[in-house]
Design a binder for this molecule. Structure first.
Ligand code: SF4
Length: 241
């Protein structure tokens, strides 16, 4: 009986914590939306396959560099079958300037071969199917679903991870666990936008090394214990994802 009561008390506390986190998230989104009205996915793409390929290339690489190589790549290969049929060395030549070009070429080939084999060459529209593709984890799958198909989800990249930790929305460090923490407290209709806003805020203000806390519009909503009190000179606004 005592055990049951303690379980109920824990459940009630979690529900109250979630409600308060949801209210804070609502305010965070409203303020960041005004601060970064231009927030969007920075990678250039015109269809789900191009987005998937760009995301594979973007792992541990600058989006701006990915955007430099993809125009020629996308002009040469239009379909998953094109990539699947192409010699690996030929694809490599298009992406050689990107970090880990050899590994990423292999991922693109395997991913497109699987698309041809199991999905008629089309990018699937469910997370369960997307994560069966070689080189595609929950982060990439959620970003594809959100940005190519408008299906809500939270893709936890480095910025979403860092900011949600600093904002006290999660205590986890594993991206999948962070996604599960954020999903119930970020309104479903705002989940794609929420990620874009954290990415922009993370590049412009809440940067990794010395966050620019004095100029942060969500400072009063943030419990981060190591806030800065002095400003470093601001850098020009970068192109971000
Ligand atoms: S107050 Fe500082 S740590 Fe908190 S979100 Fe703003 S910039 Fe980041």
């Amino acid at each position: 009986m005592i055990h049951r009561k303690s379980k109920m008390a824990k459940a009630n506390k979690k529900s109250a914590d979630d409600a308060s986190a949801r209210e804070r998230v609502r305010k965070i989104i409203a303020r960041l939306d005004k601060e970064h009205p231009d927030a969007k996915l920075a990678l250039n793409y015109t269809n789900p396959l191009e987005l998937l390929i760009a995301l594979i290339l973007a792992a541990q690489s600058h989006d701006s560099l990915v955007d430099q190589v993809t125009p020629a790549l996308f002009a040469r290969y239009k379909t998953a079958k094109d990539y699947a049929d192409a010699p690996r060395e030929e694809i490599f030549e298009y992406v050689r300037r990107i970090n880990f070009a050899g590994i990423k070429t292999g991922r693109i080939k395997s991913c497109c071969e699987e698309l041809v084999k199991s999905f008629h060459g089309e990018v699937p529209r469910t997370l369960e199917e997307l994560v069966t593709l070689p080189g595609v984890g929950r982060k990439t799958a959620n970003i594809v679903l959100g940005n190519a198909f408008g299906i809500p989800g939270i893709g936890v990249d480095t910025h979403v991870m860092r900011l949600s930790q600093r904002l006290g929305l999660t205590t986890n460090t594993n991206p999948d666990k962070i996604e599960f923490d954020l999903t119930p407290i970020v309104p479903r209709q705002n989940q794609i936008r929420f990620c874009h806003l954290l990415q922009y805020h993370g590049r412009r203000i809440c940067v990794a090394k010395k966050p620019r806390c004095p100029m942060c519009v969500i400072n009063d909503l943030c419990p981060y214990p190591d806030k800065t009190t002095e400003l470093k000179p601001a850098k020009p606004k970068p192109k971000v994802r």
